[in-house]
Design a binder for this molecule. Structure first.
Ligand code: SAM
Ligand code: SF4
Ligand code: SF4
Length: 378
């Protein structure tokens, strides 16, 4: 059997920092494409207890994979200080992710620290977390008590054998469903479930998932399988376009389009319709995230902080900016703000928009291999 050779990018090299920006009070920070900075995604661990083949395929992420040593991780205090800098520059929403964020010990302590931050006009931040749900039944109440308001659970199907195959560690679907129920019981609101759709693998689970979550208070969102990282062997023919997801649901459960809830929202929303063909809030809604077939780079207001404090300006970036060195070099908060502002001002990333103009094999053999999603945070 021939062995698959997979390039794993050196995730530790970083970009040269630009000169710090001179910020004018009262102006909104914008990048080269006039996009503001609004969301910060923070990866709190590069480890995971699942091996979803589209994210951390087993043959790459095996027991000898060089995960980051603990001393390389940002501490909770360093994460909170970095978040504070981003809040000063416009960030209003923070998503904790990974790897599997609930594997990070005492994650609720970090949530409490972030929940205590305030915007310049005294508002609390919108704090959420994305999890595979495996530890959620145990942790939901502690997360809520620490100040988490919302949560997103990834779930790729209801059929137990399909789910076990997708997570590739034989994890049963019932435990994730119990986690979602525990999150509801703990009072976490706006619970979302994300399903990555891979044509030919779990696309027959679309309708059962839609039926299961209709009217449950949980918003189901379908994500197009993306060419992130360099290890998942992505192929365009395994992407099921969101338009087909919607038409498959609509054939059984009528849907009507809904307006975007917020600027820069990644999901297109569809509401379940009643017998009169009108949106019925009791039945709820579904969303589709069409990262491949309908790029939304023009509205992308997200920055990503890796587990070891590298700042990435795009999910498909090859290199980041080493903020950890800045924090550990005792820069003042004002100096950090000026430095991060200059980085954002120089941003021109729009990979998904450019993808369609790239040669067909460019996704899996990019000029510079991309960092993995488990490292940079989804
Ligand atoms: N472990 C957590 C989880 O699975 O929710 C958080 C990290 S995971 C990297 C964040 C999100 O990225 C998940 O919803 C996952 O399904 C999604 N994801 C990972 N690889 C993907 C890919 N190749 N295409 C689309 N979504 C992907
Ligand atoms: Fe782990 Fe989440 Fe990646 Fe699956 S998608 S391997 S659960 S980090
Ligand atoms: Fe944002 Fe990059 Fe995704 Fe475009 S490809 S939406 S710039 S993360």
């Amino acid at each position: 059997m021939s062995e698959r050779i997979i390039p794993v990018v050196d995730q530790r090299s970083s970009l040269i920092l630009p000169a710090p920006a001179k910020l004018q009070a009262g102006t909104t920070l914008k990048d080269q494409l006039q996009r503001p900075l609004h969301d910060l995604r923070i990866s709190v661990t590069d480890r995971c207890n699942f091996r979803c083949s589209y994210c951390m395929p087993k043959e790459v992420f095996h027991k000898d994979y060089p995960y980051l040593p603990h001393s390389d991780l940002l501490t909770f205090e360093e994460i909170t200080r970095t978040a504070k800098v981003f809040v000063a520059l416009g960030v209003r929403k923070i998503r904790l992710t990974g790897g599997e964020p609930l594997l990070r010990k005492n994650i609720e302590v970090l949530i409490a620290q972030l929940a205590a931050l305030r915007t310049p006009d005294g508002q609390a931040l919108d704090i959420t977390l994305t999890t595979n749900g495996s530890l959620l039944a145990r942790k939901a109440q502690a997360l809520k008590d620490a100040g988490l308001q919302r949560i997103t659970v990834s779930l790729d199907g209801l059929d137990d054998s399909i789910f076990r195959q997708m997570n590739d560690v034989d994890f049963p679907v019932n435990e994730v469903l119990a986690g979602i129920e525990a999150a509801q019981a703990a009072g976490l609101s706006h619970i979302k479930v994300n399903m990555v759709v891979k044509r030919g693998t779990n696309d027959h689970e679309i309708l059962p998932m839609a039926r299961h979550f209709q009217g449950s208070g949980v918003t189901l969102r379908f994500i197009e399988y993306m060419d992130v990282g360099a290890t998942n062997g992505w192929r365009m023919d395994e992407v099921l376009p969101s338009a087909q997801v919607i038409s498959r649901i609509q054939a059984a459960l009528p849907l009507v389009p809904l307006a975007a809830a917020a600027a820069g929202e990644t999901a297109q929303r569809w509401g379940y319709a009643n017998a009169k063909g009108q949106y019925d809030p009791q039945l709820g809604e579904v969303g589709v995230i069409s990262s491949v077939t309908q790029a939304f780079c023009r509205d992308c207001n997200r920055a990503r902080l890796s587990t070891e404090g590298q700042l990435y300006l795009c999910l498909f970036a090859s290199q980041g900016y080493d903020l950890r060195s800045l924090i550990r070099s005792h820069l003042s908060d004002e100096e950090m703000v000026a430095q991060v502002a200059a980085i954002w001002q120089g941003r021109s990333d729009r990979y998904s928009e450019l993808r369609s103009s790239l040669p067909p094999d460019a996704s899996q053999t990019p000029a510079r291999p991309r960092v993995e999603m488990s490292y940079i945070g989804g």
